[in-house]
Write a protein that binds this ligand. Structure first.
Ligand SMILES: NC(=O)c1ccc[n+]([C@@H]2O[C@H](COP(=O)([O-])OP(=O)(O)OC[C@H]3O[C@@H](n4cnc5c(N)ncnc54)[C@H](O)[C@@H]3O)[C@@H](O)[C@H]2O)c1
Length: 288
């Protein structure tokens, strides 16, 4: 079984930055590709801020933070991913964009055994696999937000993913990154989002219909069910755009009304109220 030492991450938003951070903290060399210099700089700042937080909370030393940053290279050039053994795609949840990225990775990654993984929340892995000439090496490695904190990884295998790819990816996520790995078949939403998204959409519908306030809905689930966070605050954390995109993928796959994005979610996304990352969603974070 091959050791994965050189990792690529495409996208350094909420998830890509977290994935790059856990990989470099595990001693791996990481190249992160972003669309332009400003996005690359923002990604590096996000990773640095999170590592600094780790130092402040005593989870890592200053030397460990500096070493982790030393193993990290941020770029706008796809060609810098040429020597990677594993690349994790974490661009926005938009099928044509992801397909474009997989085509680019297929053209640029030289190692014939390299694994091309996606962090997609809902898009079938087969659609990404067939965009490449190596669908047997394409797999879903679905991390959870925030990546340095949440232990779960869903491993999603398409009908074409090889046993060697599954084994290497499982060992990497489990043994190297210390994640708890569960396996899912290649159905939109996989295990967790197929269960979580209808719950979040129900909370939005409940609020939209005037049934209860955002605060009361969230307090109900925190105090009554011992959830660490209510559904509307969780939607703000995930990002309303991402929640909408995942709901659309689920709806397209199953055509069940419970997966259809409610109008309020669509209007908020159109207004740029994307949750915590934009400063406002169901709650206001601008002053935080
Ligand atoms: N937000 C969550 O809670 C969560 C959890 C698990 C999985 N995911 C999945 O992770 C993926 C990323 O989500 P996110 O929340 O990090 O989104 P985000 O909007 O925070 O970040 C996306 C990043 O991708 C970059 N990008 C877009 N096109 C690119 C390209 N061609 N090359 C390089 N970079 C590119 C953007 O500049 C941006 O920085 C999505 O597929 C999402 O479904 C999200």
């Amino acid at each position: 079984m091959r050791e994965i030492e050189r990792i690529g991450v495409v996208g350094s938003g909420l998830m890509g930055a977290g994935i790059a951070e856990v990989c470099t903290r595990a001693g791996r060399h990481v190249v992160v590709r972003e669309v332009d210099a400003a996005a690359a700089e923002a990604g590096l700042a996000r990773i640095t801020k999170s590592l600094d937080r780790g130092v402040r909370s005593g989870k890592l030393t200053e030397d460990e933070r500096d070493a982790a940053l030393g193993r990290l290279h941020v770029t706008t050039d796809f060609a810098d991913l040429a020597d990677r053994q594993l690349v994790v795609e974490a661009v926005v949840e938009h099928e044509p964009m992801k397909i474009e990225v997989f085509r680019a990775l297929d053209a640029v990654v030289e190692d014939p055994a390299a694994i091309l993984a996606s962090n997609t929340s809902s898009i079938p892995i087969m659609k990404l696999g067939i965009a490449t000439t190596r669908p047997e090496q394409v797999i879903g490695i679905h991390f959870f937000n925030p990546v340095p904190v949440l232990r779960l990884v869903e491993l999603v295998t398409s009908l074409m993913t090889s046993a060697a790819t599954i084994e290497t990816a499982e060992r990497f996520a489990g043994d190297v990154l210390g994640k708890k790995v569960i396996r899912s078949q290649d159905r939109a939403g996989f295990i967790v989002n197929a269960l979580l998204i209808p719950y979040l959409l129900s909370a939005i519908r409940m609020m939209e219909s005037g049934f209860a306030t955002a605060d009361d809905i969230d307090t109900g689930m925190v105090e009554g069910c011992n959830h660490p966070m209510g559904p509307l605050r969780l939607t703000d954390l995930i990002g309303l755009d991402t929640t909408q995109a995942v709901a659309e993928s689920l709806y397209e796959e199953f055509k069940e009304p419970l997966y259809a994005p409610p109008p309020m979610l669509s209007r908020m996304v159109e207004a740029g109220l994307l949750g915590r990352k934009s400063g406002r969603g169901f709650y206001d974070y601008a002053s935080a």
